[in-house]
Design a protein around this ligand. Structure first.
Ligand code: PT1
Length: 278
């Protein structure tokens, strides 16, 4: 999969830009367009190659926003950021109209936690011809934690992603433009998130590029006892474990620390290949 000149051979960082009044860690911080663009440029400066712009919180318990409200939050930011920078822009939305409008403004990726299940979303995504990230979850963010029951979470998430991938391909989406995401924290308890992180290589083995996002999520709070704004060190460890298993895009709030960690990882990976003569 090619994004401008960037292939996904090396792991890439996706910086999170929430333009919501209610996001779980940075809600309300970037509601003015100029503040949002400034934050996006800072994330890019720190090493993010993607900026994921979202106007609706999808953390557990969050409620939906109206379609127009979501577009009013997101579109001006995408437009201004596209003017200001060549950074890859992803739009975090389930809203088909927003997918189409953002495509016209030049976004590079559609990131839909509902995997194009809203009426019209699959058709809209196909029409844009953009790459799409599809993600495992159950139900809606408002109530998904009530459906966090699995016998074998890795198997069930993997099967669900394979099925949804095939449905999207059958509908006309190009397979080489589909990324997969296990959906950390979406209808999952701590033991499910840990099993999924341990077994992420099985999702990678499906052959599509894998996106992973654990930044500041509850799973990290449960492991460290830290509140939402002190989870970045735990996040670096978790995302590095994902990279080690082949994850290609890491969706995070705080870029600089993970960028350093990836430099170390890449240097060691390169030395490993040299040693093995591969
Ligand atoms: C994600 C993701 C996302 N996460 C993709 N997009 C969120 N592709 C938004 C918690 O447990 O992982 N992948 N867009 C944010 N959602 C959550 C979910 C935030 C769970 C917090 C939690 O704390």
């Amino acid at each position: 999969m090619l994004f401008n000149n960037l292939d996904l051979q090396q792991p890439q960082i996706m910086g999170i830009l929430n333009v919501t009044p209610d996001s779980f860690s940075d809600g309300g911080s970037y509601c003015r367009v100029s503040d949002a663009v400034e934050q996006a440029l800072r994330l890019a400066q720190e090493g993010a190659t993607f900026i994921d712009v979202g106007g609706e919180s999808t953390r557990p318990g969050a409620s939906c926003v109206g379609s127009q409200e979501e577009m009013d939050r997101v579109l001006p930011v995408i437009e201004a950021l596209r003017q200001a920078s060549d950074v890859l822009i992803s739009v975090d939305t389930s809203n088909p109209q927003l997918m189409l409008e953002s495509a016209r403004l030049g976004v590079d990726l559609i990131n839909d936690v509902r995997s194009l299940t809203r009426p019209g979303a699959l058709e809209a995504a196909i029409q844009t011809d953009l790459p799409v990230c599809i993600m495992h979850m159950r139900g809606e963010p408002s109530s998904m934690q009530q459906q966090a029951e699995y016998t074998d979470v890795v198997d069930e998430v993997k099967s669900w992603l394979m099925l949804r991938l095939q449905q999207c391909v059958d509908a006309g989406l190009k397979k080489e433009k589909i990324l997969l995401d296990p959906g950390f924290g979406f209808a999952k308890h701590l033991q499910h998130n840990l099993a999924l992180l341990a077994g992420l290589h099985e999702i990678v083995a499906l052959g599509q590029p894998v996106l992973a996002g654990m930044s500041r999520k509850r799973m990290l709070g449960e492991l460290t006892g830290k509140d939402v704004n002190h989870r970045d060190a735990a996040g670096i460890a978790a995302h590095l474990l994902a990279v080690q298993q082949g994850a290609r895009i890491l969706r995070v709030h705080s870029v600089a620390g993970l960028k350093d960690a990836l430099k170390v990882w890449q240097a060691v990976a390169a030395a490993d290949r040299n040693l093995l003569g591969k």
